[in-house]
Design a protein around this ligand. Structure first.
Ligand code: IMP
Length: 200
């Protein structure tokens, strides 16, 4: 499955930040993007049990509905001592108000209650591409590190202030966003996607 230069791709996300980030990554390959909100597409329920299943179901629903090739991402934080939680429930742990200080406090509390000494964690991103005819593929990227409390720094989003990547001393909330984007789970998934699907 290849996307030639000049293709139009639907990004199956209602999140404007994600759309902007993905548009920037795709423009050097001559791909232009449309957002799911622009085409008023429904947001399917994320019923998958893995990041890849959720990314694929979002991409396939969007491609079917729009008639365009569609790209969807599903991502989250997996904490080793919590058996991979919050994982695919990362966004849901922040509650209806999407308050990540609540989600980060829950991670800290669950680690303390479990008496965990191991603070290792990873961010995972699954990026799925689906075409209207039905073909689909998924690419995954990870960045490994450990958690720190209390949260540090105001950059980034979500769980960034408690995550320090391997080889770093500052959290994703403290480092320059450009540095995060160069090594993040999303960047690594995108690299695999670009290698497999895009033409230089
Ligand atoms: P999704 O939009 O359903 O894939 O939810 C992803 C959730 O995972 C986000 O709401 C964040 O909580 C978390 N997450 C994913 N990527 C990152 C990241 O790069 N930094 C911080 N949190 C992230």
């Amino acid at each position: 499955m290849k996307l030639p230069r000049g293709s139009m791709l639907l990004v199956a996300s209602h999140n404007r930040g994600k759309l902007r980030e993905i548009a920037g990554l795709l423009s050097p390959f001559g791909i232009s993007v449309r957002g799911a909100a622009e085409l008023a597409l429904a947001e399917p329920e994320e019923t998958g049990l893995t990041f890849a299943e959720n990314a694929l179901l979002k991409a396939q629903a969007a491609a079917g509905e729009s008639g365009l090739p569609a790209l969807a991402d599903d991502s989250g934080l997996c904490v080793a001592a919590l058996d991979g939680a919050p994982g695919i429930y990362s966004a849901r742990w922040a509650g209806p108000d999407k308050d990540f200080s609540i989600a980060m406090a829950r991670v800290e509390r669950d680690l303390k209650e479990g008496g965990a000494r191991d603070a290792s964690a990873k961010f995972v991103c699954a990026l799925a591409l689906a075409v209207p005819a039905g073909e689909a593929a998924c690419f995954e990227g990870e960045v490994h590190g450990h958690l720190v409390f209390p949260p540090r720094g105001g950059n980034g989003f979500g769980y960034d202030p408690i995550f320090v990547a391997d080889g770093m001393t500052r959290s994703f909330g403290e480092i320059d966003p450009g540095l995060k984007h160069a090594i993040s789970h999303r960047a690594r998934a995108f690299e695999k996607f670009a290698h497999a699907v895009l033409l230089p």
